[in-house]
Design a binder for this molecule. Structure first.
Ligand code: AMP
Length: 444
């Protein structure tokens, strides 16, 4: 099928009222505390309610989940004789499955709707039982959905909606064959909604093959890293990264932050060292793909509840996870892909809040930094910590040593700066001053 020409998103209406939603929906929105639709919601909801297939280009943190959950809820047939799923939402990760399910449950307030998340790492039996009891909305990772299809424990004959959430990520992970297998098992007269941060040719092809004349709505800002996020980099030798991390945390006293590492091993290492250093080890946790699902769920809910302040993570949670109080992102390791940078940094500054991101750059990683700057079309500002020498060879600054440090938020546990090694005389200028890439130099 042919795709229609991209349409500019419609300007947001003054309120949810103008979207023609049901009373029960309006009440659910009110109890969720959603006063105004976000631009993505204002654009997608009316088109989806009109029955059109929509390809929405939107990042996480823009309210995209509700943009497909609301039309699904409004379109469900809540007859007691329909037990089979009417909506299937495919997502790339287990965490996102849980998050979308929770958002759907929240917005389904006042209706008898069952939402079930199906994903790997959890016993399939429990999910089978839940599906048997009847679920109108199923949210799942493609592998587990296929597993249920193969066992005959899920029936898509009554499916009215299919959503591909974070479609670009699903293709990156290699879910394409699974997704296609699933889509071929879905009724032809379904409505398909596809949400993706980017629309590379593979996504366009998928849309062309499995959607009915989709309308493309683009909500991605020209500058993909949102304006409210301040972005800095430090040049540092790899051996000095941990010391830099401690000093940065002491200087910044973040409300909540994620420290991104490239590998699972690296994540564990940084986590253990940080935990050892912290006066209150309970505020530090790690999350990565080697942890079992219930451990990951536990960490995520403690982080969401604000009990954990520092999450050391791999890119497994780099995308899709929404915790609005994250104030700081620290890229302990520069991400391998520019897109991962955008997704990591996008964890902060959610829903227009302020956020700050720091990236540690080893002397031989200047090229990676330049690529990121080109991708986001913006220069990262250089930062440095007082009295901290980023070189491994001579440790001129005061080492933090074995003392536990106060990593509490500003104003907590005595004066900010107690035991603050940053409160020492200014440093000699570092020789790692990096010249901006050529194409920006002209503009400076
Ligand atoms: P999402 O992009 O779907 O991950 O949503 C990001 C966050 O925004 C989630 O915590 C939602 O609960 C919240 N949210 C979604 N829509 C609205 C809205 N209209 N008003 C306020 N918050 C919203």
């Amino acid at each position: 099928m042919k795709q229609s020409a991209p349409k500019p998103p419609e300007p947001p209406p003054a309120s949810f009222d103008s979207l023609g939603l049901s009373e029960v929906m309006m009440k659910a929105l009110e109890s969720a505390g959603y006063e105004y639709p976000t631009p993505v919601q204002a654009g997608v909801i009316p088109r989806a309610l009109a029955g059109v297939d929509v390809l929405g280009q939107a990042r996480t943190g823009t309210g995209k989940t509700a943009s497909f959950v609301i039309p699904i809820l409004e379109g469900l047939q809540l007859k007691s004789d329909i037990h089979h799923p009417q909506a299937l939402v495919m997502v790339p990760t287990r965490e996102l499955a849980v998050q979308v399910r929770d958002e759907a449950i929240k917005l389904a307030a006042g209706r008898k709707v069952h939402c079930v998340a199906v994903y790997g790492g959890k016993p399939i039996r429990e999910q089978i039982d839940k599906l048997k009891r009847g679920a109108q909305i199923v949210i799942g990772t493609p592998g587990r959905v296929l597993d249920h299809l193969a066992r005959g424990t899920i029936d898509f004959s009554k499916l009215k909606f299919v959503v591909l959430d974070e479609a670009d990520r699903m293709l990156d992970i290699g879910f394409r064959p699974d997704i296609e297998r699933i889509l071929r098992r879905c009724p032809d007269d379904r409505q398909t909604l596809l949400l993706s941060a980017t629309v590379p040719p593979a996504i366009a092809k998928l849309a062309e093959r499995y959607m009915r004349t989709p309308e493309t709505l683009n909500f991605s800002p020209a500058d993909i890293s949102v304006d409210t996020i301040e972005q800095f980099y430090f040049t540092v030798d790899p051996q000095r990264k941990f010391e830099l991390l401690l000093r940065l945390l002491v200087r910044e006293r973040p409300k909540q932050g994620i420290i991104f590492c490239r590998t699972k091993r690296g994540t564990e290492k940084v986590f253990l060292r940080l935990q050892k250093k912290s006066k209150d080890p309970r505020i530090v946790a790690a999350i990565h793909g080697d942890m079992n699902q219930s451990a990951r769920d536990r960490v995520m809910s403690a982080f969401r509840a604000g009990k954990i302040r520092f999450l050391v993570a791999t890119d497994v949670i780099g995308r899709g996870i929404d915790v609005s109080s994250i104030s700081h992102i620290i890229n302990y390791d520069i991400p391998a892909f520019c897109d991962d940078y955008v997704h990591r940094v996008g964890r902060t500054g959610r829903m227009g809040r302020e956020g700050v991101a720091y990236t540690f750059v080893a002397p031989d990683e200047g090229y990676e930094l330049t690529r990121i700057e080109e991708r986001i079309n913006r220069l990262l500002k250089r930062d440095e910590i007082k009295d901290f020498d980023p070189h491994a060879r001579e440790r001129s600054g005061l080492p933090i040593g074995d003392r536990p440090v106060n990593l509490g938020p500003k104003g907590s546990d005595g004066a900010a700066g107690s035991g603050d090694p940053a409160a020492t005389p200014p440093p000699p200028p570092t020789s790692l001053q990096r010249r901006p890439p050529k194409r920006y130099r002209k503009a400076l």
